[in-house]
Design a protein around this ligand. Structure first.
Ligand SMILES: Nc1ncnc2c1ncn2[C@@H]1O[C@H](COP(=O)(O)OP(=O)(O)O)[C@@H](O)[C@H]1O
Ligand SMILES: CC(C)(COP(=O)(O)O)[C@@H](O)C(=O)NCCC(=O)O
Ligand SMILES: [K+]
Length: 259
């Protein structure tokens, strides 16, 4: 079975792919200090507690945090006796190469989202990922990542308000009942929620205008369902998009190996 690991700046998600479906998906806070042994204790406890029978023989990693890859590689080598594919690193091929400025390193999560989005929807696509940062990945007709947008993440924006202004508390993002807030928390939530709706709609409008063609918009990431409630923009919201992309990239590399 395949262990697919999607490490973002906030959370790291582990999924077990049994060849036809995800047998389990577990999430842990990203921490570069976590050792391979710690990951294994956590993973094997969850497997036992949820009675997940899995013989992991292969692994693939996408990580937006370079430092964590070291210990994730050790986890795969030591406990699953395999060498993981690492997206963006030598030995891990993509079906279609990105077309960006020379020397640019595209976030592996964005490459993976591109592959997954293209597989499900074809080209001329925008993938919006509400992660630590909010990213927009533009996928060309042939499935190439051709660039996009990086905006500050939703929680990051709220945190920045709290950090910079003495009288602003820490608040969680939610969809406020109205745009006009009648207390501090409601005002902040409105600013971030409706501000973000405006940001996403405005950026997609601009991308479509630059491309001069219709483009589907797919949303993913922890906060995507919340923002779907405030806009008609998304053709679909898919929380398993990155995991789906990891499975596809793994399969693609296996096929190359045996070809
Ligand atoms: N269901 C949820 N409700 C509220 N916040 C969430 C939820 N899931 C994730 N988040 C928050 O959304 C942000 C992005 O999370 P995530 O998609 O896991 O980011 P990353 O992939 O960058 O690690 C984080 O700040 C996280 O705490
Ligand atoms: C933009 C990101 C920080 C988003 O990461 P995430 O929010 O998923 O943790 C990540 O994709 C990244 O580090 N990108 C490198 C620069 C680029 O993609 O152009
Ligand atoms: K992500």
């Amino acid at each position: 079975m395949l262990l697919a690991i999607d490490c973002g700046n906030t959370n790291t998600v582990f999924s077990i792919w049994d060849g036809s479906r995800f047998a389990a998906t577990w999430r842990i806070a990203t921490d570069h200090k976590r050792t391979a042994d710690e990951y294994f204790v956590w993973l094997s406890s969850l497997m036992m507690l949820t009675k997940t029978e899995a013989q992991i023989t292969e692994a693939i990693i996408s990580s937006t945090v370079p430092r964590v890859v070291f210990n994730l590689r050790i986890l795969c080598n030591r406990y699953f006796d395999c060498r993981p594919l690492v997206v963006g690193k030598p030995g891990c091929e993509l079906p279609v190469a990105p077309r960006v400025d020379q020397g640019t390193t595209v976030g592996p999560d964005r490459l993976v989202n591109t592959v997954a989005g293209f597989d499900r929807h074809g080209g001329d696509l925008v993938v919006v990922d509400f992660g630590t940062a909010t990213t927009f990945d533009v996928v060309d007709l042939d499935g190439a990542y051709i660039g996009g947008v990086i905006a500050p993440g939703v929680n990051l924006s709220l945190e920045a308000l709290h950090m910079a202004a003495a009288a602003l508390p820490h608040v969680d993002v939610t969809r406020p009942a109205s745009a006009i807030g009648t207390n501090t928390v409601a005002c902040m939530q409105s600013g971030v929620y409706w501000g973000y709706i405006g940001l996403v709609e405005g950026i997609v409008r601009q991308i479509r205008a630059e491309r001069e063609r219709p483009m589907k918009v797919i949303a993913t990431g922890g906060l995507a369902p919340l923002f779907q409630q405030g806009t008609e923009l998304f053709d679909s919201v898919e929380d398993d998009l990155t995991m789906h992309g990891l499975v596809l990239i793994h399969r693609y590399n296996k096929e190359l190996e045996t070809a």
